[in-house]
Design a protein around this ligand. Structure first.
Ligand SMILES: Cc1ncc(COP(=O)(O)O)c(C=O)c1O
Length: 456
């Protein structure tokens, strides 16, 4: 028994945690739904000051108070809003979740704020073990995990390991419209000129067309034709394919099992490592990982997670193990985030979220059936695709970017947080807090979407 064990089991610590939880629940009783602002003037000053100091206008006039209840977030003006975007896919259990808070307290009262490559605690080991077990649940062969501090770093680490293994191959394959993050190297892969404006190029990237659900065979043929062109033009030069199997930032595009099987098999033939970027899709389909949803277990060399996972990680195959010196970080993550991550992943796996009849699918089918009703009511204003699982998307005004953006601002004013994604068409999406919502919340949000659309 360590002193740490004795400390965590000390009745005073347990009592303190109980009291905090009780206080939280007592104060949460005050949140009964959407609430108007109490102090607009000083809030606007706060927003102005934050915008100025951070060097750019906030997308929404959003500054949180640090409190909430499930899908409701309290802003610093005392108002509450429905948070259906969750920091672009992070706050899976909504705001001020009592049990998640307990996990956070465990991290907060541990000896260090941050953990890193040199010094990690037992909670890191426990999390890594859980991630490996779950990543290999359906037959993948992933042996190692590097925890890291952001989604882009998970991608960056995977790319470095793939380049080292495949040296001297120095090119990367990716998909049109992909988003993988914004370091200098990875911004060079992310398929958006604006995001690499003024940056030097770290390596060459060749882009493949993504899956088109309206043209199954045609999209396989086009992808294979582009791939054949690249590998014959640059033989032996591609180290890795970096891909999302569900494109989030592009505007919610779903991949397909056969499409990826054909692509991944061809990559294997050419010794191209397969890196699946699940920073956004992790925990949002009926399987924990979207690569498992598409049954691509035997192909993956790297799987990178972030957002929902609360910490970020590169999970990789043993034959891609880097030589000493390539991968290391002062911060792997904070002790609070590591404890939160274990809580979230464990809940996802063991508390009815996954599977055909799991909570994620139930939320999706209820939400999309309600959006379908709105489509019938406003056929020119709102159309599917509706996305997948806990990634819900809609096309408004035929995908017009300006109008979609205006809609999100109006929706915010009316009490719901959403966000735009993609261009041509632009979509409006929700990364819902699946661990915090029920059908009543969805009904209320859909009512607000309806009113907002009617007013435009
Ligand atoms: C698929 C994907 N990869 C990587 C990233 C980058 O993650 P981060 O912003 O944590 O670096 C994102 C962020 O939206 C993402 O959606």
């Amino acid at each position: 028994m360590t002193i740490a064990n004795e400390f965590y089991n000390d009745p005073k610590v347990k009592e303190a945690k109980k009291l905090i939880k009780q206080a939280l629940l007592n104060h949460q009783e005050k949140i009964t739904g959407l609430m108007p602002p109490k102090d607009e003037k000083s809030y606007q000053e706060l927003v102005k000051k934050l915008s100025q100091n951070r060097g750019g206008k906030l997308f929404y006039d959003y500054i949180g108070s640090g409190f909430g209840k499930g899908p409701f977030v309290e802003l610093a003006d005392g108002s509450t809003k429905f948070d259906f975007i969750t920091g672009i896919g992070v706050h899976y259990f909504g705001h001020s979740h009592p049990d998640l808070m307990e996990a956070l307290i465990d991290g907060a009262i541990s000896n260090t704020v941050m953990q890193g490559n040199l010094q990690q605690n037992t909670d890191s080991e426990k999390l890594i073990d859980l991630l490996l077990t779950e990543a290999n649940r359906y037959g993948a062969d992933l042996s190692h995990v590097v925890l890291t501090s952001s989604g882009v770093m998970a991608n960056e680490n995977a790319l470095k390991m793939a380049f080292q293994k495949r040296h001297p191959a120095d090119r990367v394959l990716a998909f049109n419209k992909c988003f993988h993050g914004r370091t200098i190297a990875v911004a060079g892969v992310t398929d958006k000129a604006k995001y690499r404006d003024g940056l030097p190029e770290a390596f060459c990237v060749d882009y493949l067309p993504f899956y088109d659900s309206n043209d199954h065979q045609g999209s396989i043929d086009r992808m294979m034709c582009a791939l054949a062109g690249y590998v014959s033009r640059h033989p032996g030069k591609h180290a890795a394919l970096l891909c999302e199997v569900i494109q989030g930032e592009a505007g919610s595009y779903l991949g397909n099992k056969e499409f990826f099987e054909i692509l991944f098999s061809e990559c294997k033939k050419h010794n191209i490592s397969i890196i699946v970027d699940e920073v956004q899709s992790f925990g949002r389909t009926e399987k924990l990982f979207a690569f498992q949803y598409f049954e691509l277990d035997k192909y993956v060399d790297f799987v990178n997670i972030g957002k929902n996972a609360q910490t970020c990680a590169t999970i990789y195959r043993g034959d891609h193990k880097p030589r000493p010196g390539l991968i290391s970080q002062t911060f792997t993550s904070s002790s609070t985030a590591i404890n939160a991550s274990y809580y979230v992943v464990n809940q996802l796996v063991n508390n009815g979220f996954l599977g055909k009849d799991g909570k994620i699918n139930k939320i999706h089918s209820y939400f999309s059936s309600k959006l379908e009703e709105l489509h019938k009511k406003h056929p020119d204003k709102i159309e599917g695709p509706w996305g997948i699982g806990a990634m819900v998307a809609m096309t408004l005004f035929k995908g017009d970017m300006e109008k979609s953006k205006q809609f999100t601002f109006k929706l915010f004013e009316n009490g719901v947080l959403s966000f735009i994604a993609g261009q041509l068409p632009t979509r409006v999406r929700f990364l819902v807090p699946a661990g915090a919502i029920n059908n009543d919340h969805i009904d209320e949000v859909v009512k607000i979407i309806d009113q907002t659309l009617a007013g435009m």
